[in-house]
Ligand binder design. Structure first.
Ligand code: F3S
Length: 67
């Protein structure tokens, strides 16, 4: 199990996360990324790996994935 969070205080709206993994991350009207409803806690190994890939790609390290 992993928890996924986006720190909107750090996010600069780069959109890499949402374009890489739209199942997990979405852009909202404020121009910032959020975790898609229901994806704050994920069990699936492939999804956890995908969440981490996007976290690694974020230029400002605004995404926190904790196992
Ligand atoms: Fe924001 Fe990083 Fe995604 S800056 S939009 S959390 S890639």
């Amino acid at each position: 199990m992993a928890t996924v969070e986006v720190d909107q205080d750090l996010c600069v709206g780069d959109q890499i996360c949402a374009s890489m993994e739209p199942e997990i991350y979405e852009m909202r009207d404020d121009g910032l990324a959020y975790v898609v409803d229901g994806m704050e806690e994920i069990d699936d190994d492939d999804l956890i790996a995908a969440a981490k890939d996007a976290a690694d790609a974020c230029p400002v390290d605004a995404i926190i994935v904790e196992e």
